[in-house]
Design a protein around this ligand. Structure first.
Ligand code: ADP
Length: 250
Protein backbone atom coordinates (compact mmCIF):
# COMPACT_ATOMS: atom_id res chain seq x y z
CA UNK A 1 0.00 0.00 0.00
CA UNK A 2 1.58 3.27 -1.11
CA UNK A 3 -0.71 5.71 0.69
CA UNK A 4 -3.20 5.06 3.42
CA UNK A 5 -5.37 7.36 5.51
CA UNK A 6 -7.24 6.28 8.60
CA UNK A 7 -10.15 8.24 10.00
CA UNK A 8 -8.73 11.35 8.42
CA UNK A 9 -10.54 14.54 9.47
CA UNK A 10 -10.23 18.20 8.61
CA UNK A 11 -12.55 20.73 10.16
CA UNK A 12 -12.87 24.45 9.47
CA UNK A 13 -14.62 25.88 12.52
CA UNK A 14 -17.75 23.77 12.77
CA UNK A 15 -17.53 22.44 9.22
CA UNK A 16 -16.30 18.88 8.74
CA UNK A 17 -14.76 19.27 5.30
CA UNK A 18 -13.13 15.81 5.51
CA UNK A 19 -14.80 13.41 7.89
CA UNK A 20 -13.31 10.09 9.01
CA UNK A 21 -11.95 9.11 5.63
CA UNK A 22 -10.31 5.68 5.34
CA UNK A 23 -8.56 5.59 2.01
CA UNK A 24 -5.77 3.68 0.34
CA UNK A 25 -4.00 3.48 -3.00
CA UNK A 26 -1.63 0.74 -4.07
CA UNK A 27 1.52 1.15 -6.12
CA UNK A 28 0.68 1.43 -9.82
CA UNK A 29 -3.04 2.10 -9.32
CA UNK A 30 -5.01 4.89 -10.97
CA UNK A 31 -7.77 6.07 -8.64
CA UNK A 32 -10.25 8.88 -9.20
CA UNK A 33 -12.00 10.80 -6.44
CA UNK A 34 -15.36 12.16 -7.52
CA UNK A 35 -18.15 13.93 -5.65
CA UNK A 36 -20.32 17.03 -5.77
CA UNK A 37 -18.84 20.49 -5.33
CA UNK A 38 -17.86 21.17 -1.75
CA UNK A 39 -17.70 17.46 -0.83
CA UNK A 40 -14.13 17.76 0.47
CA UNK A 41 -12.06 16.43 -2.42
CA UNK A 42 -9.56 19.28 -2.64
CA UNK A 43 -9.34 19.53 1.14
CA UNK A 44 -8.49 15.82 1.21
CA UNK A 45 -5.65 16.50 -1.27
CA UNK A 46 -4.49 19.50 0.77
CA UNK A 47 -4.27 17.47 3.95
CA UNK A 48 -2.67 14.41 2.35
CA UNK A 49 -0.03 16.54 0.63
CA UNK A 50 0.77 18.43 3.83
CA UNK A 51 -0.53 21.81 2.71
CA UNK A 52 -2.99 21.82 5.62
CA UNK A 53 -2.61 19.94 8.90
CA UNK A 54 -5.09 17.16 9.63
CA UNK A 55 -7.47 17.77 12.51
CA UNK A 56 -7.47 14.06 13.39
CA UNK A 57 -6.61 10.70 11.90
CA UNK A 58 -3.45 9.50 10.21
CA UNK A 59 -1.67 9.48 6.86
CA UNK A 60 0.90 6.80 6.04
CA UNK A 61 2.98 7.18 2.87
CA UNK A 62 5.45 4.48 1.83
CA UNK A 63 5.15 2.92 5.24
CA UNK A 64 5.97 6.09 7.13
CA UNK A 65 3.59 8.17 9.23
CA UNK A 66 3.61 11.57 7.49
CA UNK A 67 0.56 13.01 9.28
CA UNK A 68 2.50 15.82 10.89
CA UNK A 69 4.90 16.57 8.05
CA UNK A 70 4.77 19.73 5.97
CA UNK A 71 4.31 19.88 2.23
CA UNK A 72 8.00 20.18 1.28
CA UNK A 73 8.91 17.16 3.42
CA UNK A 74 6.15 15.13 1.83
CA UNK A 75 7.26 16.19 -1.68
CA UNK A 76 10.78 15.10 -0.80
CA UNK A 77 9.45 11.68 0.14
CA UNK A 78 8.01 11.25 -3.35
CA UNK A 79 4.54 12.75 -3.52
CA UNK A 80 3.84 15.48 -6.07
CA UNK A 81 0.66 17.32 -6.95
CA UNK A 82 -0.96 19.76 -9.30
CA UNK A 83 -3.62 22.30 -8.45
CA UNK A 84 -7.08 23.10 -9.75
CA UNK A 85 -5.87 26.50 -10.88
CA UNK A 86 -2.67 26.48 -12.84
CA UNK A 87 0.31 27.45 -10.69
CA UNK A 88 3.14 27.73 -13.17
CA UNK A 89 5.70 30.53 -13.14
CA UNK A 90 4.07 32.53 -15.95
CA UNK A 91 7.20 34.48 -16.94
CA UNK A 92 9.57 31.53 -16.98
CA UNK A 93 9.94 29.38 -20.07
CA UNK A 94 8.42 25.92 -20.22
CA UNK A 95 11.93 24.49 -19.75
CA UNK A 96 12.73 26.67 -16.73
CA UNK A 97 9.45 25.77 -15.05
CA UNK A 98 10.64 22.16 -15.12
CA UNK A 99 14.06 22.97 -13.74
CA UNK A 100 12.49 24.84 -10.83
CA UNK A 101 10.16 21.86 -10.30
CA UNK A 102 13.15 19.59 -9.99
CA UNK A 103 14.53 21.50 -7.02
CA UNK A 104 11.28 21.11 -5.13
CA UNK A 105 12.50 17.66 -4.17
CA UNK A 106 15.63 19.31 -2.85
CA UNK A 107 17.92 16.66 -4.23
CA UNK A 108 21.14 18.60 -4.10
CA UNK A 109 20.29 22.01 -2.75
CA UNK A 110 20.36 24.98 -5.04
CA UNK A 111 22.97 26.75 -2.93
CA UNK A 112 25.42 23.87 -2.51
CA UNK A 113 25.70 23.73 -6.23
CA UNK A 114 26.47 27.36 -6.68
CA UNK A 115 29.71 27.05 -4.75
CA UNK A 116 30.98 23.93 -6.40
CA UNK A 117 31.34 24.63 -10.06
CA UNK A 118 32.12 21.08 -11.19
CA UNK A 119 29.13 19.73 -9.37
CA UNK A 120 27.07 22.60 -10.68
CA UNK A 121 28.00 21.79 -14.27
CA UNK A 122 27.05 18.16 -13.77
CA UNK A 123 23.80 19.19 -12.13
CA UNK A 124 23.05 21.57 -15.00
CA UNK A 125 23.68 18.87 -17.55
CA UNK A 126 21.36 16.46 -15.77
CA UNK A 127 18.68 19.14 -15.39
CA UNK A 128 18.89 19.94 -19.07
CA UNK A 129 18.55 16.28 -19.96
CA UNK A 130 15.63 15.81 -17.61
CA UNK A 131 13.85 18.93 -18.92
CA UNK A 132 14.25 17.76 -22.50
CA UNK A 133 12.96 14.29 -21.71
CA UNK A 134 9.98 15.60 -19.80
CA UNK A 135 9.08 18.14 -22.46
CA UNK A 136 9.18 15.41 -25.04
CA UNK A 137 7.19 13.04 -22.84
CA UNK A 138 4.32 15.52 -22.47
CA UNK A 139 4.57 16.67 -26.10
CA UNK A 140 5.81 20.18 -25.40
CA UNK A 141 9.22 20.22 -27.06
CA UNK A 142 8.19 22.90 -29.59
CA UNK A 143 7.19 25.16 -26.70
CA UNK A 144 10.36 24.77 -24.64
CA UNK A 145 11.52 28.38 -24.94
CA UNK A 146 8.10 30.02 -24.69
CA UNK A 147 7.02 31.64 -21.47
CA UNK A 148 4.47 29.49 -19.68
CA UNK A 149 1.85 32.23 -19.89
CA UNK A 150 2.04 32.16 -23.71
CA UNK A 151 1.32 28.43 -24.02
CA UNK A 152 -2.13 27.24 -25.10
CA UNK A 153 -4.27 26.29 -22.12
CA UNK A 154 -4.08 22.52 -22.59
CA UNK A 155 -0.31 22.78 -22.93
CA UNK A 156 -0.08 24.74 -19.67
CA UNK A 157 -1.96 21.96 -17.90
CA UNK A 158 0.41 19.35 -19.33
CA UNK A 159 3.39 21.48 -18.33
CA UNK A 160 2.03 21.49 -14.78
CA UNK A 161 1.97 17.71 -14.80
CA UNK A 162 5.51 17.68 -16.22
CA UNK A 163 6.63 20.01 -13.45
CA UNK A 164 5.20 17.68 -10.83
CA UNK A 165 7.00 14.79 -12.57
CA UNK A 166 10.30 16.67 -12.41
CA UNK A 167 10.55 15.83 -8.72
CA UNK A 168 10.49 12.12 -9.74
CA UNK A 169 7.49 11.23 -7.59
CA UNK A 170 6.14 7.78 -6.78
CA UNK A 171 2.64 9.19 -6.36
CA UNK A 172 1.12 12.09 -8.22
CA UNK A 173 -2.06 13.87 -7.16
CA UNK A 174 -3.86 15.63 -10.00
CA UNK A 175 -6.58 18.11 -9.01
CA UNK A 176 -9.04 18.32 -11.89
CA UNK A 177 -6.45 17.99 -14.63
CA UNK A 178 -9.08 18.29 -17.39
CA UNK A 179 -10.74 21.43 -16.03
CA UNK A 180 -11.35 23.91 -18.83
CA UNK A 181 -9.96 21.64 -21.54
CA UNK A 182 -11.59 21.14 -24.92
CA UNK A 183 -12.31 17.56 -26.10
CA UNK A 184 -9.07 17.35 -28.10
CA UNK A 185 -7.05 18.46 -25.09
CA UNK A 186 -8.88 15.90 -22.92
CA UNK A 187 -7.89 13.19 -25.41
CA UNK A 188 -4.25 14.24 -25.17
CA UNK A 189 -4.49 14.23 -21.39
CA UNK A 190 -5.98 10.74 -21.43
CA UNK A 191 -3.06 9.51 -23.50
CA UNK A 192 -0.58 11.20 -21.19
CA UNK A 193 -2.11 9.64 -18.07
CA UNK A 194 -2.13 6.23 -19.78
CA UNK A 195 1.59 6.58 -20.52
CA UNK A 196 2.32 7.58 -16.93
CA UNK A 197 0.47 4.51 -15.78
CA UNK A 198 2.48 2.33 -18.18
CA UNK A 199 5.61 3.67 -16.55
CA UNK A 200 4.33 2.46 -13.21
CA UNK A 201 3.48 5.81 -11.67
CA UNK A 202 0.69 5.76 -9.10
CA UNK A 203 -1.95 8.35 -9.93
CA UNK A 204 -4.69 9.81 -7.76
CA UNK A 205 -6.93 12.32 -9.45
CA UNK A 206 -9.93 14.47 -8.66
CA UNK A 207 -12.05 14.74 -11.74
CA UNK A 208 -15.47 15.90 -12.86
CA UNK A 209 -15.30 14.78 -16.43
CA UNK A 210 -16.91 11.35 -16.39
CA UNK A 211 -15.41 10.44 -19.76
CA UNK A 212 -11.94 10.79 -18.29
CA UNK A 213 -12.84 8.94 -15.09
CA UNK A 214 -14.51 6.06 -16.95
CA UNK A 215 -11.60 5.74 -19.35
CA UNK A 216 -8.67 5.92 -17.02
CA UNK A 217 -9.58 5.06 -13.42
CA UNK A 218 -9.35 1.51 -12.17
CA UNK A 219 -11.14 2.44 -8.99
CA UNK A 220 -13.39 5.35 -8.11
CA UNK A 221 -13.88 6.78 -4.64
CA UNK A 222 -16.95 8.95 -4.07
CA UNK A 223 -17.05 11.76 -1.53
CA UNK A 224 -20.15 13.51 -0.23
CA UNK A 225 -20.22 15.99 2.65
CA UNK A 226 -16.64 15.14 3.55
CA UNK A 227 -17.30 11.41 3.77
CA UNK A 228 -16.41 8.53 1.53
CA UNK A 229 -19.83 7.21 0.52
CA UNK A 230 -18.88 4.65 -2.12
CA UNK A 231 -15.98 3.06 -3.95
CA UNK A 232 -15.49 0.49 -6.67
CA UNK A 233 -14.96 0.06 -10.36
CA UNK A 234 -16.13 3.05 -12.42
CA UNK A 235 -19.19 1.37 -13.96
CA UNK A 236 -20.28 -0.05 -10.58
CA UNK A 237 -20.01 3.27 -8.80
CA UNK A 238 -21.82 5.14 -11.52
CA UNK A 239 -25.06 3.23 -10.90
CA UNK A 240 -24.78 3.12 -7.10
CA UNK A 241 -28.01 4.68 -5.75
CA UNK A 242 -26.06 6.56 -3.03
CA UNK A 243 -23.88 8.15 -5.68
CA UNK A 244 -26.80 9.07 -7.90
CA UNK A 245 -28.53 10.64 -4.89
CA UNK A 246 -25.43 12.62 -3.87
CA UNK A 247 -25.25 14.15 -7.32
CA UNK A 248 -28.94 14.79 -7.79
CA UNK A 249 -29.76 15.65 -4.17
CA UNK A 250 -32.57 14.33 -1.98
P1 ADP B 1 -14.45 20.00 -3.31
O1 ADP B 1 -13.02 19.96 -3.68
O2 ADP B 1 -15.08 18.65 -3.21
O3 ADP B 1 -15.26 20.93 -4.17
P2 ADP B 1 -13.51 21.41 -0.98
O4 ADP B 1 -12.55 20.49 -0.34
O5 ADP B 1 -12.97 22.52 -1.79
O6 ADP B 1 -14.57 20.57 -1.81
O7 ADP B 1 -14.42 22.05 0.15
C1 ADP B 1 -15.06 21.26 1.16
C2 ADP B 1 -15.71 22.21 2.14
O8 ADP B 1 -14.72 22.86 2.92
C3 ADP B 1 -16.54 23.31 1.48
O9 ADP B 1 -17.68 23.55 2.27
C4 ADP B 1 -15.60 24.49 1.50
O10 ADP B 1 -16.33 25.70 1.55
C5 ADP B 1 -14.83 24.26 2.80
N1 ADP B 1 -13.47 24.80 2.77
C6 ADP B 1 -12.48 24.42 1.92
N2 ADP B 1 -11.34 25.08 2.20
C7 ADP B 1 -11.62 25.89 3.23
C8 ADP B 1 -10.86 26.85 4.00
N3 ADP B 1 -9.57 27.06 3.73
N4 ADP B 1 -11.48 27.49 5.00
C9 ADP B 1 -12.77 27.25 5.29
N5 ADP B 1 -13.54 26.39 4.63
C10 ADP B 1 -12.99 25.72 3.62
Amino acid sequence: MLLKTEKLCKTFGGLRAVNNVDFHIDTGEVVAIIGPNGSGKTTFFNVVSGIMPATAGSIVFKGEDVTKLQAHDITRRGMARTFQNIRLFPNLTARDNLIVGRYSRGRSGLWDGLFHSARLKEEERRNEEMAQELLEFVGLTPYRNLMAKNLPYGAQRRLEIARALASEPDLILLDEPAAGMNPREVDELLKLIARLKERGLTILLIEHQMRLVMNIAERVVVFDHGEKIAEGRPHEVRHDPKVVEAYIGP
